[in-house]
Design a protein. Structure first.
Length: 107
């Protein structure tokens, strides 16, 4: 019976750590850039866009498509960086747990 109680304590401890890591991930601010820094997108850890900076040199009518592509590229850059940071934080949290390969937390 003590083993079950000990395991339940560890589960609650892991749950508290998981919540803390999720809060840390949500609070992240990730900056993605495209076009050599002409377009910058800022996302939070949930992937929501929080800011957009565009170099005034891109405000030309004949370069609208380029600007649109750069915004999409900067957003992808920031999102990829955010996902990598979230994975690192979760990997540190689950280190030592016997989880199957490829299993993602939280469920």
């Amino acid at each position: 019976m003590r083993d079950i109680m000990g395991m339940m304590g560890k589960v609650k401890e892991m749950q508290a750590k998981m919540e803390k890591v999720q809060e840390e991930i949500a609070a992240l601010e990730i900056e993605g850039r495209a076009g050599g820094g002409l377009v910058t997108v800022i996302l939070n850890g949930k992937g929501e866009m929080r800011g957009l900076k565009i170099d005034p040199a891109l405000f030309k009518e004949d370069e609208v498509e380029i600007l649109e592509d750069l915004i999409v590229a900067a957003h992808k850059d920031a999102k990829d960086k955010g996902e990598a940071q979230a994975q690192e934080k979760m990997a540190a949290l689950t280190a030592g747990l016997p989880l199957p390969p490829g299993m993602k937390l939280p469920f």
